[in-house]
Structures are given as C-alpha cells and as structure tokens.
Design a protein around this ligand. Structure first.
Ligand SMILES: Cc1cc2nc3c(=O)[nH]c(=O)nc-3n(C[C@H](O)[C@H](O)[C@H](O)COP(=O)(O)OP(=O)(O)OC[C@H]3O[C@@H](n4cnc5c(N)ncnc54)[C@H](O)[C@@H]3O)c2cc1C
Length: 314
C-alpha cells in the first residue's frame, strides 16, 4: 500500500445505489469529475428486487435491476468515472482523504461521499432466498401494496416490525405476526397499537420453519418453540423485519454513528462530523429507507460537496 500507487480525485463517491449514482449525476454536471466505486453490489439493493412501483417517473412500474441500469447509464453519460471495487480502509484524519480499494489501490480525494447503503437482516433459510422478490420481502412500504386484501406473515418484534405490521394491517386482510419470544422488544406504545389492531394476529414463542411455495409464497410453516408443534398458515406474502445493518464498518474509526452503526449527519445536510466527508442514502437513514429518499439525499450530498470544494478553493 505505498503512496506511489495513489490516484488523486476531487470527489470520491463510495457506493452505486440510488444515492451514489444520483450524487454522481449531480457532481458530474457540476464539472467535479467524480470517481465512483461500485462495491460488490453494483446498482445496490434494488438489483435484488422485482417490480418497483413507487419510484416516480415510471407510471407502469419498473423492474429494480432495470431502474438501476438507467441510473448507471445516466451517471456515465454525464461523465462520472465508474469503477469496480470495494473501499476496504479509509484515513480521514488529514487532507487529502485516503481510501484504499480492495486493500491495495490508494485513492486520495478532496471530498468523499459515502453511499454504501444498508443490508436487511434475513432469517437465512433456503426458502427465504428462493422466494425473495416472489412474496418474500424485507420492506412493507415497498411491497405491501402487492398484497392488498390478502393474508401475510411478518417476522420481528422490534419497533420497525411493529410499524411494518401496522402499515400492512391497513392493506392486508390479516397480518400474522411471528414473535420468537414471549414478549416484544418494541416500545410500549407500539406494542399496544399492535395488540389493539384487530387484523394483526400475534403468535408468541414462534419461529419460522419454512416458507412454502413453488414459484410464489403460498404458506408459512411455523414451529412453537415451547411445545415443538408445527402449524401451517396460508399466506401470500412473507415479510422479514428483524433489522438492517448499515454498511459503515470501514468508516467507524473516523465518523460519528449511532449505536446501530448509522452514520450521523447534521440535520438538513449530508455533512458528517468530518469536514468534506458526506453521507447519503440508507447508510445514514434508519427511518425512510426508500430509493427516492436515497436519491434525494445523494443530490444533497453532491451539492454540499460542491459548495465545500468551492469554498475551500479545491
Ligand atoms: C428486496 C428489496 C426491495 C425494495 N423495494 C423497494 C421499492 O420498491 N421501492 C423503494 O423505494 N425502495 C425499495 N427498497 C429499498 C431501496 O432499495 C433502498 O432504500 C435503496 O436502495 C437505498 O439506496 P442507497 O443508495 O442508500 O444504498 P444501496 O442501494 O444499499 O446501495 C449501496 C451500494 O454501496 C455499495 N457498497 C457497500 N459497501 C461498499 C464499500 N465498502 N465500498 C464500495 N461500495 C460499497 C454496494 O455495492 C451498493 O452499490 C427495497 C429494498 C430491498 C432490499
């Protein structure tokens, strides 16, 4: 990792989801010649989903991977320098900031935008992977609409699971909520709201044995952890709401984060605690986690970076 290999850029963008590509589009149009590293999932989370119906501008809906190809092409057409590679180490202690790619290549940048997203936690059972996008989802706001008037199951016991169950209860006929323990982790207020919602049925001490269905979800087989009894519930949708991991580990030594690892930004901006380092998208947003909000914050990050660079005369 010697400095002879260092390559210099004004603006380095890390991540190629809606936030990273939007930042690249704005930065390229501002003539900042951004360099963007895509990471191991070029296009980000939407590349593992099917229909996206809530991204404005596509009245008929669009497949997630296709949408992200549009983002990529637009960033490329504006002149962004898109590259394969993973940021594996950073040093934000002095200017220019240093970012190592794939543990060997060194990039030096005047400003950095972090748009590395977050990864949903899964149960890690075979059927969950096989039916992902075909009835299995980790996002009620994204996919609940596809199950209007139908029965669905949701796994999770925290505040997010409670919120998602309540969201689904307004669309679906019955929401079967599967909870591993005898109690929920969600706040008392959220617990009460869930328990008082007539079409949410709670199953305590319950884990998912298997999601059933050939091409799409047809049922879930559950197991009572106390009695060992198995039981099948016919559902069309299966939602996993057991949390997310923000992809922020590599930045931990330098950036302020909350206890879950979400990067903290100054309200109303993309600024982190390090001047010239910005964060956008799901890596700094544990509340909304949508493609359109990620894209919006990518725009904010590019505009903040542009102002920073011109104020510093860089
Ligand atoms: C199955 C599924 C379905 C969804 N459906 C919808 C929907 O219908 N509508 C909607 O609005 N939202 C939906 N979402 C949510 C949406 O995908 C996210 O909110 C959005 O993708 C977040 O964008 P992002 O740019 O912040 O990060 P991500 O899309 O997570 O992209 C992160 C990027 O960072 C890269 N990366 C990570 N670490 C590194 C590193 N160290 N170095 C370099 N690169 C790195 C990854 O390769 C990836 O390119 C869905 C999510 C999932 C999982």
């Amino acid at each position: 990792m010697d400095n002879q290999q260092a390559e210099r850029t004004h603006l380095l963008i890390i991540g190629s989801g809606p936030a990273g590509y939007t930042a690249a589009i704005y930065a390229a149009r501002a003539n900042l010649k951004p360099m963007l590293y895509q990471g191991i999932q070029p296009g980000g989370q939407l590349t593992i989903t099917t229909e996206v119906e809530n991204y404005p501008g596509f009245p008929e809906g669009i497949q997630g991977p296709e949408l992200m190809i549009h983002f990529e092409k637009q960033a490329q057409r504006m002149g962004a320098d898109l590259r394969y590679g993973l940021a594996t180490k950073v040093d934000f202690s002095t200017q220019p900031y240093k970012v190592w790619i794939d543990e060997e290549k060194l990039i030096e940048a005047d400003a950095v935008i972090i748009a590395t997203g977050a990864s949903a936690k899964w149960l890690n059972i075979e059927s969950e992977q096989r039916l992902n996008g075909y009835g299995v989802s980790a996002c009620a706001v994204c996919d609940g609409f596809f199950f209007r008037g139908k029965e669905v199951a949701i796994v999770g016991a925290g505040d997010t699971a409670a919120e998602e169950a309540l969201y689904l209860s307004k669309l679906c006929s019955t929401v079967h909520m599967l909870i591993r323990r005898e109690e929920m982790r969600a706040s008392k207020v959220m617990q009460e709201r869930v328990k008082n919602t007539a079409n949410i049925k709670i199953y305590w001490n319950t884990e998912t044995d298997e999601i059933l269905g050939d091409k799409t979800v047809e049922a879930v087989r559950i197991k009572n952890r106390k009695s060992g009894e198995m039981h099948e519930i016919a559902v069309k949708g299966f939602f996993v709401a057991i949390g997310h991991n923000p992809n922020s580990e590599v930045f931990k030594p330098f950036l302020n984060m909350d206890e879950a690892g979400y990067i903290l930004t100054q309200p109303g901006t993309a600024k982190t605690n390090v001047e010239g380092v910005f964060a956008a998208g799901d890596v700094q947003d544990k509340i909304y986690r949508q493609a359109v909000t990620a894209a919006g914050s990518g725009c904010m990050a590019a505009l903040d970076a542009e102002r920073y660079l011109s104020e510093k005369g860089l």
